[in-house]
Write a protein that binds this ligand. Structure first.
Ligand code: FAD
Length: 462
């Protein structure tokens, strides 16, 4: 236990706030996206800049405190928080600077994807990232990061140019291809294992601002034809086009007839980020296929498309995910997904199959820890519910679907989609043998005491 004077001295030296369990607002500050997570840090340092981060890391080390790092607070496993330890909360650090000449972007770790898109799209630029606006850029980048632009420009971490990091000993380092290149390699997929990132520098690209995007929705009775169409359509897509298959109960969306709400549907969502003419041509077969319940594919601002799926995954619900990478989407795999889609009992749960491929192959498997570059799709079996009494049932559904799909996996998994319970074998599966061993060596160098262990941990072996 820390005595009051020690805490007060630490607090007085911060520019940001120090929040403790008896402080007003404590319960709001310790909330994360997934309501399954209910952790109670003893100290939450709401950092206002790098100096606070250095002070917090040093304080945690000197007082042997459990330490967690929070940016967007979106990780399914809830590793942003810790019980009875110190949480470094970066969510208030939201600065972004866009350099129009070099098309590079510097962003602080508290930014979410919506912040990043807003500040880049005003100049017609975008950094390839994820598909839900309130996801944090920090955790996403450090775990790889995929989204609508991945097939064109690679993982988010493939577009990281440098990062500023506070390491376990309180040092402040810049990591890039030129400086601390070993650490830079580790940050491009190795998660929060090597220190606290206080600034990210990205390459951005001209995108939109209008893209051809949206989704078509069919009733589940037509799933067999729709899934077959999706398999062929996505397999033939150019790198400018990215497709997502979504099987779920229909949400109460205004563009869906009321009598369909709650009934099982199959949707194909797309984003074509090339010219509007090419986009129109590319999505035409999808728009002409079958007799959809709704077709909301149209030219629209990229930022609008980026928020299309926000309503489906709001903060504060209970969530449990099971994920796997697939090398292809076979007819048999489609059959398994359809069998499990009709067993969904929560109106919020969904099966998502997101297309990858394309530019991922521009890097080799060991060029970054975020590998799995042979994956053509990432599967996410996403259970979501409101009533905690439903937890066992919903978790069982997700596990059942995932177990049945494992036969189609590459054997790899996205580290950012692992829940807290999956264990070290799954972390190893996320990286593969060669990358995992290299990450361990890096951990030995930068965090031999494993201070940053409340994450998908790569334990040192010194
Ligand atoms: C609704 C939703 C949609 C998603 N969509 C996508 C998607 O389209 N593509 C995709 O790739 N992923 C997606 N994800 C997964 C997402 O990448 C991870 O949840 C990611 O961890 C979120 O980052 P965060 O900053 O919000 O995480 P937090 O929960 O704040 O942190 C998670 C972990 O990341 C590490 N970390 C965070 N910040 C730092 C930092 N500054 N320095 C060092 N370590 C740090 C820590 O280990 C921490 O425990 C989605 C998640 C959700 C919930």
């Amino acid at each position: 236990m820390l005595d009051e004077t020690t805490i007060e001295t630490f607090k007085a030296g911060l520019r940001g706030e120090l929040i403790q369990p008896n402080d007003e607002g404590y319960d709001d500050v310790r909330k994360v996206w997934n309501a399954m997570i209910d952790k109670r840090p003893a100290l939450i340092v709401r950092c206002s800049g790098t100096a606070d981060v250095i002070a917090a890391v040093n304080f945690a080390r000197e007082n042997d405190l459990r330490l967690s790092v929070r940016s967007g607070g979106h990780n399914i496993a809830g590793t942003a928080l810790c019980d009875n330890g110190l949480t470094i909360d970066l969510s208030g650090m939201k600065g972004i600077h866009v350099d129009l000449e070099t098309r590079t972007v510097r962003a602080q770790p508290g930014c979410n994807l919506g912040d990043l898109d807003r500040e880049t799209q005003v100049f017609g630029l975008a950094v390839p990232a994820g598909i839900v606006t309130d996801t944090g850029i920090a955790g996403l980048t450090l775990g790889g990061g995929f989204g609508w632009l991945t097939r064109r420009y690679g993982y988010t971490c493939d577009n990281l140019l440098s990062a500023d990091v506070v390491t376990a000993d309180g040092s402040f380092l810049t990591a890039s291809e030129k400086e601390n290149a070993d650490l830079f390699w580790g940050l491009r997929g190795g998660g929060g294992n090597f220190g606290v990132v206080t600034s990210f520098e990205y390459q951005a690209y001209p995108v939109g601002p209008q893209v051809t995007a949206g989704m078509v929705i069919h009733p589940m009775e037509r799933a067999r034809e729709v899934v077959k169409f999706f398999r062929e359509f996505s397999a033939g897509a150019s790198d400018e086009l990215c497709c997502l298959l979504n099987l779920r109960p229909a949400p109460p969306a205004p563009f869906l007839p009321e009598e369909v709400h709650g009934k099982p549907i199959v949707a194909i969502a797309v984003c074509h980020s090339g010219s509007l003419e090419d986009g129109e041509r590319a999505v035409r077969p999808l728009k002409e296929f079958g007799d959809p319940l709704a077709d909301v594919i149209t030219p629209k601002p990229f930022v609008v498309h980026q928020s299309m799926l926000d309503a489906a995954q709001p903060p504060g619900r209970h969530y449990y995910w099971k994920s796997e990478y697939l090398p292809e989407f076979s007819e048999a795999a489609g059959g398994v997904l359809m069998d499990h889609a009709v067993k969904i009992t929560s109106p919020h749960s969904a099966i998502l199959l997101f297309q990858l491929g394309g530019a991922l192959a521009r890097f080799g498997e060991t060029d970054t820890p975020a590998g799995n570059r042979n994956a053509a799709y990432v599967l996410n079996v996403a259970a979501s519910w409101e009533d905690p009494a439903q937890t066992d049932e919903q978790v069982a559904w997700a596990r059942g679907c995932w177990s049945a799909m494992q036969q189609f996996s590459t054997g790899g998994v996205n580290v950012n989609f692992l829940t807290g319970e999956e264990g070290n074998q799954r972390v190893r599966a996320a990286y593969g043998v060669v990358n995992y061993e290299r990450l361990v060596k890096l951990k030995n160098k930068y965090d031999p005491q494993n201070m940053f262990r409340l994450n998908q941990n790569i334990a040192p072996d010194v």
